[in-house]
Structure formats: C-alpha cells, structure tokens
Design a protein around this ligand. Structure first.
Ligand SMILES: C[S@@+](CC[C@H](N)C(=O)[O-])C[C@H]1O[C@@H](n2cnc3c(N)ncnc32)[C@H](O)[C@@H]1O
Length: 469
C-alpha cells in the first residue's frame, strides 16, 4: 500500500521563529503510526512536503560545512517537534551524529542533544553548529586573523597525506599561515569555529575535484567535452592566483551570517554534550574512559547510521583531520578501523558469521562465492551494527523510542536490506516497531555508486522502535 500523507491545511505552515516553535508534529506522527500499526506496511511519505515550514536551500547553521551524507533536516525536525516523543527529561541522543543535523534540530526544539561519533571532525563540527556564538566577537576575531596572518613570514609545516597532490607550494604556505593565526586565538570554542571555516577553505583551494566528496585529484581528461575542459582549466588558473585569505574571509562571513540568523531565531539553543566516540560503547563525557551511560536513561534516540561500505567518512575528511591536528596521516587507518561501514579489512580477517541469523547467512554465503572481501565487509557491518542495537536497547528508557533512518545498498548484485536487518535486531531486543515510512533520496552528498553494476541508494526508510509498553 502506498499512502501519501500531507500536512493538514492550517497546520505547520508558520514562517517566523515564534510560529516554528509553536509547531507540534504529534498529530501527523499519530496519524502515520495508527496507519502503520493497522496495515503493517511501510508508508511512502515526502518529508520535504510534510515539513513544509523548512524551506530548501541554505538553512541556518546546517550549511556551515558540506559533511558527507547529511540527513535531511526535515526528517530530524519532524521527530524533534513531536511532543508525543519527548519526555520530561528533555534529552535526545544521536550516537552517529555526523555533522550534527539531528543535534541542531533538537537544540532548536529546546531539547538537550547528546551525541557520539567515531570521527573527531564530526564532533567538532557538531559543537560549532550548535554553539550560539557572539557574532560581534567572531567578526572582531576575523579581523585579528587577517592582520596576524598577513604579518607572519613563516609558519609550522603541517603534515598532510599526499600533500603535493593537493596543493601548490604557495597555497600550502598560505594555509599554514592562516592556521597558525587561528591556533593563536585564546578561546577554544572560537578557535573551533574558525577551524571549521578553515577546513572548507583547505578543500576549496586544493586540487581535489570539488564534485567528489573524497579527495581525488582533478584532471582534464581526453573524454571531456570542450566546455568541461575549459571549466576545469579555468579552475586551475584560479587556483594559481587565488588569495587564500580573501577566500577564507568569504567563507567565514557566510558562516558568521548563518550563526546570526540562527541566533535571531533560536537565541537560547543548547550546545551538544558528548558521549564518547563509539555507538557500541556509549560513555558519560567525552573520553572513552568515562563511566558507561546508565541503563534506561534516554527516552528519544534519533540517528542515521552508516551504510555498509557505501560512505568513506574518514577519507572524505582526511584533509580536514590532518590540517586541524585531529589525526596525523599515519593515524587515518586506525581511525577508519574504528568506523562502522568501513571499506577495508585486514587480509587475515576471516568470514565470521557469529551472531548473524540464518536469514542473512545464506545471502552472505552467496556473496562470498562472488567476492569474499565484500562478504567479509558486509558480515562485519552486520555484527558491528548488532552491537550498536544492543547498546541502544540498553540505554533506552522504558516507553522510549529509537528513530532510525536507514538505506539499503547493493553488494555483488544482492540488495542488503539494512532496514529489515535492523528491524530484526531491535525486535530481538524486545522492542516493538511502531512506524515504518519511506522517502526518496534526491540530492544527498556522497551517495556513491560503487561501479556501474551497483546503483546508488534511492530511498531511505525511517523506522521507529519502542521499548516496552
Ligand atoms: C550517515 S552518517 C551521519 C550523518 C548525520 N546524520 C548528519 O546529518 O550529518 C554516519 C556517521 O557514523 C559515524 N560512525 C561510524 N562508525 C561509528 C561508530 N563506531 N560510532 C559512532 N559513530 C560512527 C561516521 O563517522 C558518520 O559520521
């Protein structure tokens, strides 16, 4: 059954901040839930249409950085604005926070966002996105950075993976002077704001192809049309003469403007609180050694987990991780090993099906006969996501909900039903599925097509699981 549900007339159409704050999507949520519980069929929805009060294009601080595979803010907004899902505690957890889309929507809805992510750059980005900075201070700091970096005649060398591939000597040196001036800012939070702006610049003035999320050296290929060749050549010419600081200023000013708009609409939003760097092992506080997050302590979890080897988060952020000192080139592989949905495994790793149900074992067996490595990667993904589900079930309060946004992918011609797999996992932990809806993915960063035989992910399913009665 395909059911298109639209926002009822007169509901959820306000434009001003006060109007937006008054919105409550509980009515729509209940209508969808009742429909699902009656028919037990995934419902087709269009979140852009349902959450029509969020306009497309530049949305507040959501756009301060193009992190890969960001969640549609409308989806996060819809669930954060349903009072029926909020408990008195007023907290929410996103254990795979990425760029902080859920965190920002939660914080603007007056909820305290708690987050985790394996990528330290994602955590920094989420902190910056949710911080209500003083705009005047940011503007003054930008002036300080301009005068300082112009004065520097030298700057410490920053080690970047395959640096010569990405930068001319002049641009690398210009970047080193700018980052030196940022590191001299006293306030950590302000420093992080400018580091995020810097990471956009470091990518923009590199030879990495701007159309691809992971760094790939841009080239003029014989197969290109004359117009395409001219456009890439024009970019190369621009890179020769670019003023790094002027570009940096432009990026900072756009982001300062985004902060100003967000401050106007939501002056008292909450900055994220961190719960470590592994969704399988949630800890109180930032460090991995913190005490485990207590059992049954969170009533609302909203998250979009990684897909099996479909995204390359560490590689996509490698330049930023190196420049910002969050991971040296030699540490990138270790960081990738901690990421779920990773692309690589050690040669010695065997195909382990432990804890994976029969239903999926047959499929993994078929895949292993075509490509053993892909079967191992998929099995690893399934085992690791089972651990995540166990952890999320543990921390969910009785009556609390887990909202998961998942996409299916293809491996060796087989569709991997991540949605069904996660539903089976949550239900095996005694949770009830109370809603399943599906939305098309239109323009999303880094929805990669592995090769011609593997179509990109075309839709995502939003599943809601409830613990206990
Ligand atoms: C689909 S993205 C989340 C995107 C996010 N919703 C947004 O709007 O930007 C998945 C995230 O999971 C993170 N991740 C991978 N393995 C993880 C782990 N073991 N624990 C926590 N986060 C992990 C990746 O670094 C990535 O940021």
């Amino acid at each position: 059954m395909n059911l298109k549900i639209k926002a009822p007339r007169g509901q959820a159409t306000a434009d001003g901040a006060a109007g937006i704050d008054a919105l409550d999507t509980s009515f729509l949520y209940e209508e969808l839930r009742r429909n699902y519980v009656t028919h037990r069929k995934t419902i087709d929805v269009d979140f852009r249409e349902m959450v029509s009060w969020i306009k497309g294009g530049d949305q507040l601080t959501h756009h301060i950085h193009p992190y890969p595979a960001k969640l549609l803010p409308q989806i996060a907004n819809f669930f954060c604005r349903a009072s029926i899902l909020k408990e008195a505690s007023g907290i929410l957890l996103d254990p795979f926070c990425g760029s902080g889309t859920v965190a920002l929507e939660a914080s603007m809805a007056g909820i305290q966002p708690y987050v985790a992510d394996a990528n330290p750059f994602a955590l920094m980005l989420s902190r910056v996105k949710t911080t209500p900075y003083c705009v005047k201070e940011l503007e003054e700091c930008l002036e300080t950075l301009r005068s300082r970096s112009a004065k520097f005649r030298s700057a410490p060398k920053v080690e970047i993976v395959n640096s010569d591939l990405w930068y001319s000597e002049e641009n690398k040196f210009a970047l080193e002077r700018i980052i030196r001036s940022i590191h001299e800012l006293e306030d950590k939070s302000t420093r992080e704001f400018f580091l995020i702006c810097f990471s956009v610049l470091a990518r923009k003035i590199s030879y990495a192809d701007p159309r691809v999320n992971v760094p790939v050296r841009q080239k003029i290929k014989d197969s290109f049309s004359p117009a395409a060749k001219a456009s890439v050549q024009a970019r190369f010419d621009w890179l020769k003469n670019v003023s790094a600081f002027d570009e940096f200023s432009k990026i900072c000013n756009s982001n300062i403007n985004r902060v100003a708009l967000t401050n106007n609409a939501y002056p008292s939003r909450n900055c994220i609180k961190e719960l470590g760097d592994d969704a399988r092992n949630l800890r109180s506080g930032r460090r991995r050694l913190g005490a485990p997050l207590p059992d049954s302590s969170v009533s609302l979890i909203i998250t979009s987990p990684p897909y099996g080897s479909a995204q390359k988060y560490v590689r996509a952020s490698s330049l930023a991780l190196n420049w910002l000192g969050l991971a040296a080139p030699k540490d990138l592989s270790a960081l990738e090993r901690r990421s779920i949905g990773r692309e690589h495994l050690s040669e010695r790793e065997s195909l382990s099906l432990e804890g994976i149900s029969k239903k999926y074992r047959h499929q993994l067996d078929r895949i292993s006969r075509v490509n053993l490595l892909r079967a191992k990667l998929t099995a690893t993904y399934m085992r690791e996501m089972s651990c995540v589900v166990a952890e999320l079930s543990r921390v969910t309060a009785s009556g609390g909900r887990n909202v998961l946004i998942v996409g299916n992918n293809q491996v060796c011609g087989e569709v991997i039903s991540n949605d069904q797999f996660l539903q089976d996992c949550f239900e095996s932990h005694g949770m009830t599925t109370e809603l399943s809806v599906r939305d098309d993915i239109r323009a999303r960063g880094l929805m990669t097509t592995r090769n011609r035989a593997t179509p990109a992910i075309s839709h995502e399913t939003v599943l809601v699981f409830r613990k206990g009665a």
